[in-house]
Design a protein around this ligand. Structure first.
Ligand code: ADP
Length: 855
C-alpha cells in the first residue's frame, strides 16, 4: 500500500500496488523522510512482519529491531549508507546487504537496489528499494570456498594427521560450530583420544579440555562422539533439552561442564576413510543459537570426509615410512647376515639390531647338535641393563613345559605374541622361583613375543623379544617384523652351517687330494665317483677319463682282481689290504688294496707296491746269487784244503802252490763279496765316511790297472789313455780307486769272449772324466738306469756263468755322489758298454771338508 503525503491518483495507485504486490521480490518505497510509503508482502516476510500493512505502520526503529544489518564482510552497517538513503539523494545504487535475524541467528544476504523515483505530482524524490535474496547463492559459494580452503589446509598438514585434525577444528569455527571437539580412535580400537578442541569463546576451550580430560569417551560411552563412532553415521541433536543434554553425560559434574558449554544444537560426524572409522568430530552451536540444517550436515560430513581422508593418508604415509624403516632395518640385517659365516657372532648381531628397533630386550635360544635348547645370547637396549637381563635370562629355566615358552615355540614352530604379559605368564616362566619372579616383576615388562628361527623347514631356535614400556606394546606388525628378522637370521645360520659343512667336506677333499694313498669311490652301479690325485699318480689314469665311467671299463685289469679285493662292511672293521697285481695296458702295478662298503657304494684305498715288489724280488735274487757267490769260493777253498791235507797223495811243490793260489784267490773273492755287503749296509745306514782330498787321477788309475793286470784273463787287454797335464781331482783316493776297480772288473767280467778294455781320462769343464769301455755283453738301453740300483743284475740266473751280487754299481754310484760327481753308462758303437764318471777338479785352497753326504 502506497501512502503518500499528497493524495494520489487512486486508479494509478491501485494498478501500481497490484503489480508490486504480485512481484516475489521484496519491494519498499521510502519518502524523503525515510518512512515507508509502500512495502509488498515479500518485504514484510523478509524482515519478519506478518503483513505489508504492519511493516508500513511500524516505526523505523521497530522495523530494524529484529535484525542486524551488516556489510558483506559482516561489519555493522550504518542505516544512512543503505541504498534507499542514497537513492533519496538521487543516486541509483546497488549493494549486497547481509543481515542477521536476531530471533533465529540466521544470516541472510540480499542485493538491495535503491532507485530514485521523481514523483511528478508531489515533486518529491522517492526511493524504490528492491531486495533480491541471494542467501542460497552466498552460502553455496561460502561452502565451496570453505571446502576449498579446508582441502588445501588439510592437504598441507597431511603428513602429520594430528595437525590435520587441529586444522579441521579451526576451520569448523565459526562456519559450522561455536565449539568443536575432535576425537580419534586409539589403536586398541576401544578408547577415544581427544586430539583437539576449538571454541569461538576462548573460555569454553578450557572447559572443553577439562571435560575431555575427565570424561574420556570410550566406544560404548554416552557422548555424541562415541555414538557417531558406534553408528558410523552423523548423530543429530536438534534442540537440547536439559534431559536430552543430561543423557549425553556420565555424571553430575559432567553435566555441569556441558551446561557451561551451553550447546544449543550439535552434530557428531564420524571420520571415515577407506571403510573404517578413525574418529569423530563433535560440532555444536551455542551462543550463536543456530541449528544444523541439512546443508550444514552435508558440509560437516564433507569436511569430515576430507579430514578422514587426510588422516588416513597421513597414517598410510606413516605406515609406509615405517615400512621403509623396516625395509632399511631388514636391509641392514641382510648386510650383517650376508657377510657373516660365523653364525654365533651373526646371531649376537641380530639380537643387537633387534633391540635398536623392535624391542628393549632380546634373547636367542638355539637347538644344539644334541637337540638341547641352549641360550646363545641375550642383550638389552639399555647397556646398563645387559648384565641384569643376562643374569635373569640365565636363571630362567628353558624347559618349563608350560603353555608358553621358547620350548613351546621351538616344538611347534609357531610364534607367540603377548601384547600385555599376564602375571600368570611370569609365574609360569619363572617356574616357582619366587626370588626370580620378584625380579622379573620389577622389570615392568609389558609386551612379549617369541618367534621361531626356521630354515628349510627345520626349527633351529627361537628369538624372544620383550618390551618394558607402554610404547613397546607389540602389535601384529611388530610380530611380522620379528618373524621376518627371525626368518632371515635362520637362513643365515643355516647358510653358515652349510658353509661349515661344505668347508669340512672341502677339507676332506683336500686331504684326499694330498694323501699318498689312492682313494676311489664306486657307487652301487660300479661307476667311479671319486678318483683322487694319488690314484691318478699311481695308475697314470686321469680322473677325467675315469670318473663317471664304470670302473671295470675305465681301469684295465680291474675286472681280473675286483673280486679278490677284501671289502669290509663298515669303516674301522678293517680287513687287511691284499697285494694284488693290476695289469694296466703298458705295465703291471702291484697294489696293496682294500675296500669299505657303505650304503652308497664302496671306497677303495690302495698303495703302490710295485717298487717294494721289485725290491723284494731283487732281494730274493740277491739271496740266491750271494749264496752262490759264497758257496763257489768256499767249495773251491774246501776242495783245495782237502787235497792239501790228503796223506795218501804226495803233491808236487808246484801243485801245492797252485792249490794255495786257489785258496788265496777264492778267499779274496769271498772277502770282496762280504765287503760289498758291508759297504752297502754302511751306505744304507749312512755311516760311510768320505774324506775329500786331492789326488792325481793318472797315478791312481795306473795303480788300479796294474793290480787288475795280475789276474787278467788271457783274452783281455787293458789300455790307458790319459793326458799328461791332468788337474788334480777333489775326492777320496780310496773311494775313487774302488769305483774305478769295480768298473774295470765288470768290464773284464762281462767280456766273457775277451776283448780290449780301454780306460781313458780327460779334463772337462772343471771335472776329470774317467771312462771304462769294453767290447763285452753290453747293456740294453732300457736297463741303463737300473743297473745302478741295489741288487740289480741283468742276468740273475747267470746264464753266462758270470756271478755277482748286484751291489757293485750301486756302491759306485753312491760313492761318486758323495764325492759330488756323477756316473752313467752309454752304449758303445758296435758291442760292449762304456761306463763314465766325473769328479770335480781340485781347486787350490778350496775347502777339503767332507761334503754333505745327502747331496
Ligand atoms: P755284479 O756284482 O752283478 O756285477 P754290479 O752292480 O757291478 O753287480 O753290476 C750290475 C749288473 O750290471 C750286472 O749284473 C751286469 O748285468 C751289469 N753290468 C755291469 N757292468 C757291465 C758291463 N761292463 N757290461 C755288461 N753288463 C754289465
Amino acid at each position: 500500500m502506497l501512502k503518500r503525503k499528497p493524495e494520489p491518483d487512486t486508479a494509478t495507485q491501485r494498478q501500481l500496488e497490484l503489480v508490486l504486490r504480485s512481484v516475489a521480490e521484496a519491494i519498499t518505497v521510502q519518502d524523503p523522510d525515510g518512512r515507508l510509503i509502500f512495502a509488498n508482502d515479500a518485504a514484510a516476510e523478509m524482515v519478519g512482519f506478518p503483513s505489508a500493512e504492519a511493516l508500513i505502520a511500524a516505526r523505523p526503529e521497530e522495523r530494524m529491531a529484529g535484525f542486524e544489518v551488516l556489510d558483506e564482510e559482516g561489519a555493522p552497517l550504518g542505516l544512512e549508507t543503505l541504498p534507499g538513503r542514497r537513492a533519496l539523494a538521487g543516486v541509483d545504487n546497488e549493494q549486497i546487504i547481509r543481515y542477521r535475524i536476531r530471533a533465529t541467528g540466521e544470516e541472510r544476504w540480499s542485493i538491495v537496489r535503491g532507485a530514485p523515483f521523481p514523483d511528478p505530482e508531489s515533486g518529491w524524490t522517492l526511493a524504490i528499494n528492491t531486495f533480491h535474496d541471494i542467501t542460497d547463492r552466498v552460502l553455496a559459494e561460502r561452502r565451496l570456498a570453505f571446502l576449498a580452503e579446508a582441502s588445501e589446509r588439510l592437504g598441507a598438514a597431511s603428513l602429520d594427521w594430528e595437525e590435520t585434525l587441529h586444522e579441521l577444528a579451526r576451520l569448523a569455527i565459526p562456519m559450522l560450530a561455536d565449539w568443536c571437539i575432535v576425537d580419534v580412535l586409539e589403536e586398541d580400537g576401544q578408547t577415544l583420544r581427544q586430539v583437539t578442541v576449538a571454541a569461538a569463546e576462548p573460555s569454553k576451550e578450557a572447559v572443553l579440555r577439562e571435560m575431555r580430560e575427565r570424561y574420556r569417551p570410550t566406544v560404548d560411552s554416552p557422548q555424541p562422539a562415541a555414538k557417531a563412532l558406534r553408528e558410523g553415521v552423523t548423530v543429530f541433536y536438534g534442540d537440547f533439552t536439559p534431559e536430552s543434554l543430561r543423557a549425553t553425560t556420565r555424571d553430575d559434574y559432567h553435566y555441569e561442564l556441558i551446561q557451561r558449554l551451553d550447546p544449543h544444537a550439535a552434530i557428531a560426524v564420524p571420520l571415515i576413510a577407506r571403510g573404517h572409522t578413525v574418529g569423530s568430530v563433535t560440532l555444536a552451536f551455542a551462543e550463536s543459537k543456530r541449528s544444523y540444517d541439512a546443508t550444514d550436515v552435508d558440509l560437516a560430513e564433507e569436511l569430515a570426509r576430507r579430514a578422514a581422508f587426510a588422516v588416513d593418508n597421513a597414517r598410510l604415509y606413516r605406515a609406509e615410512q615405517e615400512a621403509g624403516e623396516r625395509l632399511a632395518f631388514l636391509a641392514e640385517v641382510g648386510r650383517v647376515l650376508g657377510s657373516a659365516l660365523d653364525y654365533e657372532a651373526t646371531l649376537k648381531r641380530v639380537a643387537e639390531l633387534a633391540v635398536t628397533r623392535l624391542a628393549n630386550w632380546c634373547a636367542i635360544h638355539m637347538l644344539d647338535d644334541a637337540g638341547e635348547i641352549r641360550q646363545l645370547t641375550v642383550t638389552h637396549r639399555d647397556e646398563e641393563m645387559i648384565p641384569i637381563a643376562a643374569e635373569i635370562s640365565a636363571r630362567m629355566p628353558v624347559d618349563r613345559g608350560g603353555r608358553f615358552g621358547v620350548t613351546n615355540v621351538i616344538q611347534t614352530g609357531r610364534s607367540e605374541l603377548f601384547q600385555t604379559i599376564p602375571d600368570a605368564l611370569l609365574v609360569n616362566v619363572t617356574a616357582g622361583d619366587e626370588e626370580l619372579l620378584t625380579e622379573v616383576r620389577k622389570l615392568g615388562l609389558v609386551s612379549l613375543m617369541c618367534v621361531p628361527l626356521i630354515a628349510r623347514g627345520r626349527v633351529l631356535g627361537a628369538s624372544t623379544l620383550l618390551g618394558d614400556e607402554p610404547k613397546r606394546r607389540f602389535a601384529e606388525e611388530d610380530l611380522a617384523e620379528a618373524e621376518e628378522l627371525a626368518r632371515r637370521a635362520a637362513i643365515a645360520v643355516d647358510n653358515a652351517r652349510l658353509f661349515r659343512e661344505a668347508e669340512r667336506r672341502a677339507d676332506a677333499a683336500r686331504v684326499l687330494a694330498y694323501i699318498g694313498d689312492g682313494v676311489v669311490l664306486l657307487d652301487n652301479e660300479g661307476v667311479v665317483r671319486l678318483w683322487n690325485r694319488a690314484a691318478e699318480t699311481i695308475t697314470g689314469l686321469r680322473a677325467r677319463d675315469v670318473v663317471g665311467h664304470r670302473m671295470v671299463s675305465a681301469v684295465p685289469g680291474w675286472s681280473a682282481i675286483a673280486n679278490r679285493v677284501p671289502v669290509a662292511t663298515a669303516p674301522g672293521t678293517g680287513s687287511h689290504a691284499e697285494s694284488l697285481p693290476l695289469e694296466l695296458t703298458d705295465r703291471e702295478l702291484w697294489l696293496s688294496i682294500s675296500g669299505v662298503d657303505f650304503p652308497e657304494g664302496i671306497v677303495y684305498a690302495f698303495r703302490d707296491l710295485t717298487e717294494e715288489r721289485a725290491l723284494d724280488r731283487l732281494k730274493n735274487d740277491f739271496v740266491s746269487t750271494v749264496s752262490h757267490e759264497l758257496r763257489t769260493p768256499l767249495a773251491a777253498i774246501y776242495g783245495a784244503a782237502l787235497t792239501l791235507r790228503r796223506a795218501d797223495v804226495t803233491l808236487a811243490e808246484e801243485q801245492r802252490d797252485r792249490l794255495l793260489v786257489v785258496v788265496a784267490n777264492e778267499a779274496d773273492r769271498l772277502a770282496r763279496t762280504v765287503d760289498d755287503i758291508l759297504w752297502t749296509s754302511r751306505l744304507d745306514t749312512d755311516t760311510l765316511q768320505v774324506a775329500i782330498g786331492s789326488c792325481d787321477a793318472r797315478t791312481l788309475t795306473e795303480d788300479v790297472l796294474s793290480s787288475a793286470e795280475t789276474h787278467l784273463p788271457d783274452n783281455i787287454t787293458l789300455d790307458l789313455e790319459a793326458p799328461a797335464d791332468l788337474p788334480l781331482v777333489a775326492g777320496d783316493p780310496d773311494k775313487i780307486r774302488q769305483v774305478l776297480a769295480n768298473l774295470v772288473e765288470n768290464a773284464v767280467k762281462y767280456s766273457p769272449d775277451g776283448g780290449a778294455v780301454a780306460v781313458s781320462l780327460e779334463q772337462r769343464n772343471g771335472t776329470v772324466r774317467f771312462t771304462v769301455s769294453d767290447r763285452g755283453l753290453g747293456i740294453p738301453a732300457g736297463e741303463r738306469e737300473r743297473i745302478f740300483d741295489k741288487f740289480f743284475r741283468l742276468d740273475p740266473e747267470m746264464t753266462r756263468g758270470v756271478g755277482g751280487t748286484g751291489l757293485g754299481l750301486y756302491i759306485c754310484r753312491e760313492l761318486v755322489r758323495r764325492m759330488n760327481g756323477r756316473i752313467w753308462v752309454e752304449a758303445r758303437d758296435g758291442a760292449g758298454s762304456k761306463f763314465s764318471f766325473e769328479l770335480p777338479t781340485h781347486e787350490k785352497g778350496a775347502a777339503e771338508a767332507a761334503p754333505d753326504p745327502s747331496s
